[in-house]
Ligand binder design. Structure first.
Ligand code: BES
Ligand code: ZN
Ligand code: ZN
Length: 491
């Protein structure tokens, strides 16, 4: 786990061999070192930064010797006025300068928003998952100081700390292997993470789930010797006017069940609880930030295993809202546990439901590894898009075509969970299935609750090299989007 302390100072520091000073390359000083801050650091106009190998492209960090054994880092890709680029530039530094005990940003910023973006990117990017590595740890505790004359509110630094912890804690949970992370141990992790936050936690175990009619969670979980759980977290600040529900898919491992995945597709399925980790850390951050929105998170936790007690293809289960589902494919399990979660969330009549799930391989095929697929009601979708844009996270609005609804028809039950042999529009089918479990706005309303669904099968995991503030592996993406949705709903 990465450790850092973030400060702001207006005067230049005493440098030593443990310090790095980060300066931004701009169009102007990428050609020649004429920027005043570079000269102050000992680089003169004679230095041709091009010949030093410095590039003004994102993710480029060129190191040159600085005063007193320090290192000057020439950071490319910094674009004044572009908060996303600034966040990623900060992340590139956080990700690449692990060996320094002190990092100083000596970069001209226009305003506090830019300062927040730079520090947020740095803090989120300064991350390394080494819980399972023995021997020397790669990341040393690091101090980061922003050198600026701008006035930075303490709340801004607190926000950076809260957001980056939420992202790191999400990555930590997602990276934990499934031999250690299963529904009950997930609950243990929840109890550790919520310490100090004003949240109430309720856990439904397998007995309560069966008694409560949660046939999705029970049906998916019964192939495993490690039984399912549903965790409800509630944050209810005084005076809140908006009620937000967050629902997360928490399959701690997805073998596919009896509709077993081939070996190569199974690897990586410890990531299948990313949705639950995302909504968990979002609600913790929402509480820590004291956002004035009544927020409830539902974590739908189960392990999808094949065994003598597993649900068979063709079995019929009954979900919390009373609807029956023929399980034609036990590998389409996420929608079954979410069906229970969405139905339960609906019972409290929230103003908005957002679910987050690594739901379909089709999402990854359609949109790749950086965009989430976003479906749902128009107003909900617009809220998510607006928040994602502000957070700098990528989501793409996908349709829910009516023609697909009939593919869900089952011969014997209310619906089936997958159309066997028909992979067309797989991501959209997932969204259309989930929609069936969104309840009405009140006991006597005919309108359904505003709902949006984020399929994050692709962006949950960055299987390429790290970039900006995103490391290789668990991305921790969409935690900040959810927090921003809450913040924007408080207005
Ligand atoms: N967890 C998978 C989706 C997934 C695939 C996430 C690849 C991340 C990477 C999900 O439970 C699943 O297996 N979905 C099936 C649905 C199908 C059987 C209708 C899929 O996408 O193949
Ligand atoms: Zn599956
Ligand atoms: Zn799954």
């Amino acid at each position: 786990m990465a450790k850092h302390s973030i400060k702001v100072a207006s005067v230049a520091p005493k440098l030593n061999k443990d310090s790095a000073v980060v300066v931004a390359l701009t169009e102007k000083n990428s050609k020649l070192a004429v920027a005043e801050n570079l000269i102050a650091l000992g680089l003169t106009a004679e230095h041709d930064l091009g010949k030093l190998g410095a590039k003004n492209s994102s993710d480029s960090t060129t190191r040159v010797p600085g005063p007193n054994g320090s290192v000057i880092v020439l950071l490319g890709g910094f674009e004044s006025g572009n908060l996303d680029a600034i966040r990623h530039a900060g992340g590139t530094i956080g990700r690449n300068l692990n060996e320094f005990r002190q990092v100083y940003f000596d970069i001209a910023l226009r305003n506090e928003d830019e300062a927040q973006a730079l520090l947020e990117g740095y803090a989120i990017g300064h991350y390394n998952y080494d819980s399972y590595k023995t021997g020397v740890k790669k990341v040393v505790p690091q101090g980061c100081t922003l050198l600026t004359k701008l006035k930075i509110k303490p709340a801004t630094l607190t926000r950076v700390e809260i957001l980056s912890s939420a992202v790191h804690d999400t990555r930590n949970l997602v990276s934990m292997p499934a031999n250690d992370l299963y529904p009950q141990s997930f609950v243990t992790e929840v109890n550790k993470l919520v310490r100090g936050a004003k949240l109430t936690v309720t856990v439904l175990d397998e007995k309560k789930l069966a008694a409560g009619g949660f046939g999705g969670l029970v049906g998916v979980g019964k192939g495993s010797i490690r039984p399912p759980r549903l965790v409800k977290l509630e944050y209810k600040p005084a005076g809140a006017k908006f009620k937000l529900a967050l629902v997360g898919k928490g399959i701690t491992y997805d073998t596919g069940g009896l509709s077993l995945k081939p070996a190569a597709s199974m690897l990586g399925m410890k990531y299948d609880m990313t949705g639950a980790a995302t909504v968990l850390n979002a609600i913790i951050a929402i509480a820590r930030l004291k956002v004035k929105v009544h927020t409830t998170a539902y974590l739908c936790l189960a392990e999808n295993m094949p065994s003598g007690t597993a649900t068979r293809p063709g079995d019929v289960i009954k979900v919390r809202n009373g609807k029956t589902v023929e399980v034609t494919n036990t590998d389409a399990e996420g929608r079954l546990v979410l069906a229970d979660g969405l139905a339960l969330a609906s019972e409290a009549y929230p103003d908005l439901i957002v679910d987050v799930a690594t739901l379909t391989g089709a999402q990854r095929i359609a949109l790749g590894a950086r965009y989430a697929g976003l479906m749902g009601d128009e107003s909900a979708v617009n809220k998510v898009l607006k928040a994602a844009k502000a957070a700098g996270e990528l989501a793409w609005h996908m349709p829910m075509p009516d023609e697909l609804r009939s593919l869900m028809n089952s011969d014997i039950a209310d619906m089936q969970n997958a159309k066997v042999g028909n992979t067309a529009g797989g991501m959209l089918f997932g969204g259309i299935f989930l929609r069936e479990f969104i309840g009405k706005r009140s006991a006597n309303s005919s309108q359904t609750i505003d709902w949006a669904h984020l399929d994050i099968a692709g962006p949950a995991d960055n299987d390429g090299a790290g970039y900006g503030y995103i490391p290789k592996g668990a991305s921790g993406s969409y935690v900040r989007t959810l927090i921003t949705i809450a913040e924007q709903s408080a207005k």
